[in-house]
Write a protein that binds this ligand. Structure first.
Ligand SMILES: Nc1ncnc2c1ncn2[C@@H]1O[C@H](COP(=O)(O)OP(=O)(O)OP(=O)(O)O)[C@@H](O)[C@H]1O
Ligand SMILES: [Mg+2]
Length: 256
């Protein structure tokens, strides 16, 4: 069974058909890339999967369970982690707290335990702090653990957002332009971090990117979206040499 399965998903914003008959089969452990020009509907697809918008038509299933109509926090709880194109961080919280906040959604003690400070509650707190620190180390931001998120360099903020997305133990991670605004050095570092995370956490990844090097190095399959429609789907080599993709996207953008 596919981990994430999307069938004929369509979405209208008023009269605008932003996503048209979109299909995806994401198998456990796979990395799929989603590329396409600005306004093609890529972020909208993430917003439809994660419950921010409800598709006008179509089905979205995670491990065979329907996600349509569920709230974003319920969908996250079922195993879908995501990052946002425009960083969505609590800017005045320190880095460690940030990731711990996301870990709390996985807590195993109740409100009474927290109130009375039971032994179990203390053990859970310790476990959560250790888990959050491990994630910060994985994403190479442990050195900033006690600093405010807003004081970090941009690339580091992006990595904190990813650490937070991984704190809910997702089965699928949706990354919306994870290298936006990064230098070539940061981009190479991000490629190796994602490889490591993919291997260590056995998470499947759906990745939106404009930086072609990044997509080509990481993804086994790539979809090209233009005006809400997938015009081509295939391996990096197939996509790079597809005349329609070159015409509609690769030939026109600065996608190095
Ligand atoms: N909440 C909304 N209400 C109305 N229209 C929207 C909304 N969100 C997106 N759109 C429109 O839907 C289309 C797809 O937008 P979307 O943000 O999904 O594109 P994208 O492929 O992520 O582009 P980019 O590469 O610039 O991030 C665009 O025409 C956009 O203006
Ligand atoms: Mg977008």
């Amino acid at each position: 069974m596919a981990l994430l399965r999307i069938d004929k998903m369509t979405h209208y914003f008023g009269g605008l058909r932003a996503v048209s008959d979109y299909n995806l089969v994401l198998e456990p452990g796979h990395i799929v890339g989603l590329i396409g020009p600005n306004g093609a509907g890529k972020t909208t697809i993430f917003n439809l999967i994660t419950g921010i918008h409800t598709p006008t038509e179509g089905n979205v299933e995670l491990e065979g369970h329907n996600l349509i109509g569920h709230h974003p926090h319920e969908i996250a709880g079922k195993g879908l982690g995501r990052t946002f194109q425009n960083l969505l961080l609590w800017r005045h919280m320190d880095v460690l707290e940030h990731v711990k906040m996301a870990c709390y959604s996985q807590l195993e003690y109740g409100l009474l335990g927290a109130f009375f400070g039971t032994g179990r509650c203390h053990r859970e707190e310790k476990r959560i702090t250790a888990k959050a620190m491990h994630l910060l180390e994985t994403f190479n931001v442990a050195e900033y653990s006690d600093q405010l998120v807003s004081s970090l360099p941009y690339g580091a903020q992006r990595r904190v957002e990813m650490a937070r997305a991984m704190a809910i133990n997702p089965k699928v991670l949706l990354l919306d332009e994870p290298t936006a605004g990064m230098t070539p050095d940061e981009l190479n570092r991000m490629i190796s971090i994602i490889r490591q995370v993919h291997k260590d956490f056995e998470v499947a990844i759906l990745l939106i990117e404009h930086r072609l090097k990044f997509v080509m190095e990481l993804c086994e399959k790539i979809q090209t979206l233009v005006f809400g429609e997938v015009i081509a789907e295939g391996t990096p080599e197939e996509i790079q040499s597809n005349p329609e993709v070159i015409e509609a996207y690769l030939g026109k953008e600065d996608v190095t």
